[in-house]
Design a protein around this ligand. Structure first.
Ligand code: NAD
Ligand code: UDP
Ligand code: UDP
Length: 338
């Protein structure tokens, strides 16, 4: 790709013009929407460590200042409280668009996925920035193909209780491709499968955070339905690596980013028992409507074109998350800094 339109933060003023990124790469100016959230804050850590200048745009809907607080005072870090549903004017080289009410408790009736994505694409178009959308495996709905390949169009109920999220992300993908084809915006699309790790919301109702918090609090693990539905769980650092490779690479995607290791919810409960408390009880609850029965990524495309695959299996990643949850639930003073 022609990178000559991108120029570095440091030398822009000094040199008074655009300097192509050559051998010696200096920091880029990067916006991370949703950067105070779970995935976003880990991404920000990596970008800052790499030497980039990062602007986090977040309305703290589910994100927390604590997740990025350790960067306060760093001149290459900036935090803006802003709802991406409102227009935003910035000058940047790359946009990682993660802002999204991501959990079932929060995503209902929210226009972020459509209006927020439109605004960030408008921003990318205006300043010539590269735009990466974090879409989701939920675009496959309750899939009729297993595992899911990127070429599968999905099986989504347009009027169900989950539709705001699924269809919102599908629309976001459509907008992204329209801006790519119609306005020449450089875009990247990631379809993220279930991801877990430190800084995950404790009470947003996702299965891994629920089970871990329940086991730590000596409450029964709540298995919805018969517990035979499957998911694939990816550790957050694997995802962040995939997102960065996608952004820097030459391919639009969409790319599945997930860990192909597939577990039933009962198996997950068992891993949580082994990791935290072998005596933790299991309690069955009715399942939510339209719950996908199976989900597992086919990551052949990401392996071949991005040279990426996850390296942290569930049994290795879960203990890292437990350490963080233990600190946050039982409150010593390291909240959010895991
Ligand atoms: P998260 O809730 O921790 O992060 C989302 C962030 O977006 C939060 O900080 C929230 O405050 C912010 N936000 C929400 N609406 C906003 C708005 N209108 N304006 C500005 N900020 C807003 O969730 P996450 O797990 O870190 O998810 C990050 C992205 O990855 C999301 O787009 C999500 O759809 C996608 N994703 C995550 C998973 C997963 O398992 N974690 C799976 C599939 C897709
Ligand atoms: N937008 C933004 N920041 C920018 C440029 C655009 O938030 O730097 C918003 C803008 O307000 C609009 C959306 O992005 O709502 C789409 O912009 P675009 O220019 O593509 O569409 P238009 O404004 O021409 O309808
Ligand atoms: N689930 C569960 N117990 C819980 C929370 C969720 O058994 O306390 C189930 C849920 O019904 C679904 C799976 O775990 O089948 C994954 O749910 P989650 O909301 O974490 O992710 P998603 O459905 O978006 O993949």
């Amino acid at each position: 790709a022609d990178l000559s339109h991108r120029f570095t933060f440091e030398n822009r003023g000094a040199a008074g013009g655009k300097i192509p990124l050559g051998l010696k790469r200096k920091g880029l100016r990067i916006v991370v929407t949703g950067g105070a959230g779970f995935v976003g804050s880990h991404l920000v850590d990596r970008l800052i460590a790499r030497g980039d200048s990062v602007i986090v745009v977040d309305n703290f809907f589910t994100g927390r200042k604590e997740n990025v607080m350790h960067h306060f005072g760093n001149p290459r870090f900036e935090l803006i409280r802003h709802d991406v549903v409102e227009p935003l004017l910035l000058e940047v080289d790359q946009i990682y668009h993660l802002a999204c009410p991501a959990s079932p408790v929060h995503y209902k009736f929210n226009p972020t996925n459509v209006v927020g994505t439109l605004n960030m694409l408008g921003l990318a178009k205006r300043v010539g920035a590269r735009f990466l959308l974090t879409s989701t495996s939920e675009v496959y709905g309750d899939p009729l193909e297993h595992p899911q390949v990127e070429t599968y169009w999905g099986n989504v109920n347009p009027i169900g209780v989950r539709s705001c999220y699924d269809e919102g992300k599908r629309t976001a993908e459509t907008l992204t491709m329209d801006y790519h084809r119609g306005a020449g915006v450089e875009v990247r699309i990631a379809r993220i499968f279930n991801t877990y790790g430190p800084r995950m919301c404790i009470d947003d109702g996702r299965v891994v955070s629920n089970f871990v918090a329940q086991a730590l609090r000596k409450e029964p693990l709540t298995v919805y339905g018969d517990g035979k539905q499957t998911r694939s769980f990816q550790y957050v650092s694997d995802l962040v690596e995939g997102l960065m490779r996608l952004m820097e690479g030459e391919h639009v995607g969409p790319f599945n980013l997930g860990n192909p290791g597939e577990f039933t919810m009962l198996e997950l409960a068992q891993v949580v028992q082994e990791t935290i408390d072998p005596n933790a009880k299991i309690e069955f609850r009715p399942n939510t409507e339209d719950d996908p029965h199976k989900r597992k990524p086919d990551i052949t495309r990401a392996k071949e074109l991005l040279g990426w695959e996850p390296v942290i299996p569930l049994r290795k990643g879960l203990p890292l998350m437990v350490t963080d949850f233990r600190q946050r639930i039982f409150g010593d003073h390291k909240e959010g800094l895991a």
